[in-house]
Design a protein around this ligand. Structure first.
Ligand code: HEM
Length: 387
């Protein structure tokens, strides 16, 4: 049994020389390395696909937030987290977690999500029309990448058309740095509570109305909030960062590119997902003691040379790309992955069809990256096209 003592302190998320790649100090580490967390806890970092799958797939590891230490200093200042409130299933373990997943899974099937595809295409087309009408240059983040997932979530949750402006403004504030994030979350939480009460009185053809028979108002508002937070920032960042990557590398978009972009970009930064050991567990030859937290860097895991040939190359259409863990693994594997795939496919396709000559309006080094955010991305993406 080996226990590594590669004490590392808050490693960088990405390589300063390449905004898409994990930092050099996280490459070539043992499958399980010791990692000092923000609160001094000596936990673990899983860096291979095999180790990550054990941690995410074994019920002896818990997703409960009150048991986990946080590796990144900015993520949660001091003190243990409170247990998840009713409905916050992403940080619950089975059987509580299972109950919510069962209720929601039917709403997120491939078939259901395909039904949303024409609506995603319509939303994308409307925003491209507006970009074309305004003329180049444009900021792809505010003009395209942020509004698409926000409006798609509106469709899913049944947010009335008249409220979209408010909803989009607050969801954008959650994503963009230097905005009043706490205020935006409080506004959205109050809004979702009210929406749930309205849907209970007047049901519509939407997810909230579907679940009023099974969940309390508080549970429903929290479920809606999770869907919003989990589904918006990730997809918006993938749309903008993926476009940046294709333009910067001079790689043409093709249908198979989505899985490879998910793998290559792995937008969740070091620390997510993470799990706490409920008992001693051996992972890839390392003994994780009860109470210790294992964090992972999906960015490193998805460049595992044992899984992917030439892992640092962006090769759209490579068949093994779909083995990536960008959506996690095990019981918490991303509930919205089919929706995300549809948004990304429709979003990139419509963008490159409309503007085949799309290019960066500034040099790649001038594109501002999100520093210290839990989800990697660009703050702005100035683009231009021939008119
Ligand atoms: C490219 C976009 C996305 C990425 C990279 C992504 C990634 C992930 C990952 C890695 C997890 C697992 C977390 C863990 O194991 O602790 C997860 C869970 C989750 N995702 Fe996504 N996600 C994306 C889009 C979406 C969308 C569009 C939705 C919904 C509208 C969504 C809803 C969720 C929910 C509800 C969970 C928690 C599932 C559970 O705990 O059972 N995600 N996502």
């Amino acid at each position: 049994m080996r226990v590594y003592s590669q004490n590392m302190r808050l490693p960088r998320h990405r390589d300063p020389a390449c905004p898409f790649s994990p930092p050099a100090e996280l490459r070539g580490l043992p499958a399980m390395s010791r990692l000092e967390f923000a609160d001094g806890h000596l936990g673990w970092l899983a860096t291979t696909m095999a180790a990550a799958k054990v941690v995410l797939g074994d019920p002896r590891f818990s997703a409960r937030q009150e048991l986990k230490h946080v590796p990144v200093r900015s993520a949660r200042p001091g003190g243990p987290a409170a247990p998840a409130p009713p409905g916050f299933f992403a940080t619950m373990d089975p059987p509580g977690h299972t109950r919510y997943r069962r209720l929601l899974t039917g709403r997120f099937t491939v078939r259901r999500m395909r039904e949303l595809e024409p609506r995603v295409e319509r939303i994308a087309a409307e925003h491209l029309d507006a970009m074309a009408a305004a003329g180049p240059p444009a900021d792809l983040v505010s003009a395209y990448a942020l509004p698409i997932p926000s409006l798609v979530i509106c469709e899913l949750l049944g947010v009335p058309y008249d409220d979209r402006g408010f909803f989009q403004d607050r969801t954008a504030r959650i994503v963009l740095p230097d905005r009043d994030t706490a205020g935006a979350i409080a506004d959205l939480s109050a809004y979702l509570g009210e929406l749930v009460r309205r849907r209970r009185a007047e049901p519509g053809d939407d997810l909230i109305s579907d679940l009023t028979g099974d969940l309390t108002d508080e549970e429903l508002a929290n479920v809606a909030m999770i869907l919003l937070v989990a589904g918006h920032e990730t997809t918006a960042n993938m749309l903008a960062l993926g476009t940046f990557a294709l333009l910067e590398r001079g790689v043409a978009y093709e249908e198979g590119a989505v899985e490879e972009l998910l793998r290559w970009l792995s937008v969740l930064q070091l620390g997510a997902p993470s799990r706490a050991a409920l008992e001693d567990v051996e992972v890839a030859g390392a003994l994780v003691r009860k109470g210790e937290t294992v964090a992972m860097s999906l960015s490193v895991v998805n460049r595992d040379p044992d899984e992917f040939d030439d892992p640092d190359a962006l090769l759209p259409g490579r068949p093994e790309a779909r083995r990536h863990l960008a959506f996690g693994h095990g019981v918490h594997q991303c509930l919205g992955q089919q929706l995300a795939r549809i948004e990304l496919r429709a979003g990139y396709r419509a963008l490159f069809d409309r503007f085949p000559g799309l290019r960066l309006a500034v040099s790649a080094a001038e594109v501002p990256l999100k520093e210290g955010a839990a989800v990697h991305g660009v703050e702005r993406l100035p683009v231009t096209w021939p008119t």
